[in-house]
Design a protein around this ligand. Sequence first.
Ligand code: CTP
Length: 401
Amino acid sequence: MNLTGKKIILAVTGSIAAYKTPQLVRLLVKSGAEVRVVTTDAAEKFVSPLSLATVAKHPVYSNISDGAMWNNHVALGRWADLLLIAPCSANTLAKLANGLCDNLVCAVYLSAICPVFVAPAMDEDMWHHPSTKKNITEIVSFGNRIIPVAHGELASGIVGEGRMAEPENIIAHLEHYFFSENDQPLKGKKVLVTAGPTYERIDPVRFIGNFSTGKMGIAIAETLAEKGAEVTLIIGPTHLSVSNNHIKTIHVESAREMYHACIDAFPDTTLAILSSAVADYRPKEMASEKIKKASDTFDISLVRNPDILESLGKMKTESQTLVGFALETNNELENAQKKMIAKNTDYIVLNSLRDEGAGFGGDTNKITILDRDGTNHSLPLQSKTAAAAAIINHILKMQNA
Ligand code: CTP
């Protein structure tokens, strides 16, 4: 995988992370890309245009006009196969979200007809500010892609989220994009993914839930979308956002809401992967007012929730593939195999809570894929994105075998 022959515009904005951009340009060039660099005035306080021009082997553009020369942003925007805005400051992000055009970077962005990748960089508190979140959601809805920020030490000295992804990581995103552009075995196929926890209300302020964040399911949905599928993602409460506008996301809260959304969506799909951590029980009754403490103990009576996977297993036709997850703490393979039979799935993806690095919330997972005939494939600890790709590639390989 490389970027041979790809025309890439790197737009650099005012963030301390701009000091990493000569290395980023060097890696782009090394990967075979032809690079043009556009900067804002603020960017040039952090990185010298001379360094960037030297590694890009081309002068840097920073103004709409340089002396008597008009820098044709429309031509630049049309020249590129991809526009990468890295680092993207909070200020530029707000401009992109609102269509402002007071510098060359914004003008190129508005003129670009190619895919746009944005690698944000800012301090943790800025990154978590509601306006930043809103702006990210806004630019994702325009079809732009976000290269996730990293966790680590920030310019303020705070350790947290907001660092620009490392140049090697940014290159990996771009290479993966160009590679998967030609690798769309699921083009036009409708697929369903569930993700995240469910919350079962006890009263207006309390619920029964679990520690699932939806990260694994989002990775699956994004991988399927990259392979061309039309994805419906039904997701329980989570603070994570989905960075691919080819995914139709339906937000639900409770197991019953998730059940109804799945029953509606499933008949049209050829593949369904249910990775959500659904609450098996809900309070028999939800109190309409906040429950006041009275005695030393308090019992909640629970009733069973519908089993979504089992219901889809009953509805499943010959042409549909159904994949379930199994989260186990003991007798893992045996329990997972039983779930596959009981719920009539074609595959089960097994997570064991005994494996370090597997489970809720983290960035990694260690999975075993069980086939219907009992064969199991144990995979090493890897990122959730890599685990998602492994699951989907396995299903595709089996279908083509
Ligand atoms: N699942 C579901 N609906 C439920 C419970 C689980 O669709 N009410 C799905 C999950 O999304 C997962 C699979 O069933 O794909 C297995 O979930 P898991 O929590 O491992 O097992 P359970 O079926 O709930 O069984 P148990 O809790 O007894 O292990």
